[in-house]
Design a protein around this ligand. Structure first.
Ligand code: SAM
Length: 485
């Protein structure tokens, strides 16, 4: 927050934040800078950005709808693939060239995974950046901006580890999420970050280096956040972590054969008014019998599982250091479908990992055929600096990666189209999330197995659990009608 006549980038002119909103706070005239946050990457990054937005809003910032109207522009970055890093760097270079030229006082910041992995080196490539904040420092964003805006410091880089930082991603935006906001803004679903970091050290993955060692929040803290969200109108919560099934491994002893993660699921399940629980991403090897049987006895736990397979070839899985064989993966799928035959199963697969032969790739195709995934997120292997796989022999040429990706995509789409088609004629419970993005006259929601359904709602049914009859299936969307017998 910048006060009139205050210090900082606005000091010379008094006030420099033309896009900020003016508001009176008793006798003081307050200038509120506006901030625009652009997020790259996964749901964890989205969640981190949301927490930063809530933190800044609590300090009086307004959230700008576009960079053109913002006094502070923050890019929350992803390092998982080279393309994500290049996009963020290109974006920052264009902001420096265009926005900075027109509005020299605008503050530019890079947050998250790429900030963490590159630290101060990022400034050599992006000299216009004022703020670099690593993955354990999101909660310091407002303080650091205040220092920069007040002219106390020109530039801040903080990518240090911070004990307890796993417990700092808990504020939600918009504020209807757990408190004060208006009903219209209230989302029905929310993500809750339950842990940070990853100890798996897959040879392709940069995450352990950008997010650090696994650290889990306490069950009590997570449950309190879930309760607050439900009081604000949330009906469905997705528990988030890099590998959620490792939740509490070091902190929470197993009890009656139940892991810390299953104990957490049970505790969240007790939250009154909460209708549905999901989680992502698990590791297939984290599906012990305690978790599998939880699907059979915890009615709020939705029958959908995102199971990153990465490859169907045991040889490649070993090179990836996945700690899971094809047989074990198939065993998990089988156990889950035994407990919940309607289980929706999605996956992540990497094509073109170093050394992947045509035979290895055929095994991945065969795995996709055997499991019949409801959907798959396919990635072309991208070498990441300082990860073991980047130095492996047998790097696969880009054209081969492209070709394998196209073949696998065609197969995954064909299977998922068929599985969607099989739902036509069924009745399904749908949690309504609000108007459809493509056609606001229609309502949109999700089935328990995480399929999107669009229907004519007649009125705003946000937050309602409705039963729909599925009339037709499009690619990745079902179309239903309400109350039809
Ligand atoms: N931690 C989760 C796991 O490994 O089970 C997923 C985290 S990551 C954000 C999401 C996906 O990105 C991974 O499942 C993997 O398929 C993909 N990925 C990670 N590193 C990659 C790389 N170097 N090249 C291509 N894809 C990659």
């Amino acid at each position: 927050m910048v006060r009139e006549g205050g210090a900082g980038r606005g000091r010379d002119e008094g006030i420099a934040y033309g896009n900020g909103k003016r508001g009176t706070d008793k006798s003081k005239l307050i200038i509120v800078p506006s901030v625009y946050i652009k997020t790259y990457g996964c749901q964890m990054n989205e969640r981190d950005s949301e927490a930063v937005a809530a933190q800044l809003a609590a300090r009086g910032y307004s959230l700008a709808a576009s960079e053109g109207a913002a006094d502070v522009i923050l890019l929350n970055t992803c390092s998982v693939r080279d393309m994500a890093e290049r996009k963020a760097i290109g974006k920052m270079q264009s902001l420096a060239a265009k926005v900075r030229r027109q509005r020299p006082k605008v503050v530019l910041g890079v947050l998250g995974c790429m900030a963490q992995s590159r630290g101060a080196r990022l400034l050599e490539q992006l000299p216009d950046v004022d703020l670099v904040i690593g993955t354990q420092k999101f909660h310091r964003t407002a303080d650091y901006l205040e220092e920069i805006l007040a002219g106390k410091r020109d530039r801040i880089v903080d990518v240090e580890a911070e004990a307890g930082s796993e417990g700092t991603i808990k504020e939600h935006w918009p504020p209807g999420h757990g408190g004060a906001g208006g009903a219209a803004a209230r989302p029905v679903t929310a993500f809750v970050s339950i842990m940070q970091g990853c100890n798996q050290y897959c040879t392709f993955c940069i995450v352990p280096y950008t997010r650090g060692e696994e650290r889990s929040r306490t069950i009590a803290d997570i449950v309190a956040e879930c309760r607050q969200l439900v009081e604000g109108g949330v009906r469905e919560i997705t528990l988030l972590g890099q590998i959620v099934t490792s939740y509490g491994k070091r902190e929470i002893p197993a009890r009656n054969g139940k892991s810390g993660f299953v104990q957490l699921l049970e505790a969240v399940h007790e939250v009154e008014g909460l209708e549905r629980i999901r989680f992502t991403s698990p590791h297939p090897k984290g599906y012990g019998d305690d978790l599998v049987e939880a699907y059979g006895r915890l009615p709020k736990l939705c029958e959908s599982a995102h199971l990153p397979a990465q490859s169907g070839s045991d040889r490649i899985l070993k090179l990836m250091h996945r700690g899971c064989t094809r047989e074990r993966f198939l065993g998990v799928v089988e156990k889950l479908r035994r407990v919940q035959p309607r289980m929706g199963i999605t996956t992540d697969i990497i094509v073109g990992f170093p050394g992947e032969t045509e035979e290895d790739f055929e095994e991945t195709l065969a795995l996709a055929r055997e499991v019949e995934f409801d959907n798959g997120y396919l990635f072309k292997y991208s070498p990441r600096q300082d990860t073991p796989a980047a130095a492996l022999p047998g790097q696969v040429p880009q054209d081969v990666k492209e070709e394998r990706n196209a073949r696998l995509l065609a197969l995954v789409n064909e299977i998922s189209g068929r599985r969607y088609g099989e739902r036509v004629g069924e009745r399904m419970e749908v949690l309504v999330e609000g108007p459809s993005r493509r056609n606001a006259a229609r309502q949109m929601g999700r089935t328990r197995c995480n399929r999107i359904v669009v229907f004519e709602g007649g009125k705003d049914r946000r937050g309602e659990l409705v039963e729909l009859k599925i009339e037709r299936a499009g690619s990745f969307t079902l179309y239903g009608i309400l109350n039809s017998k």
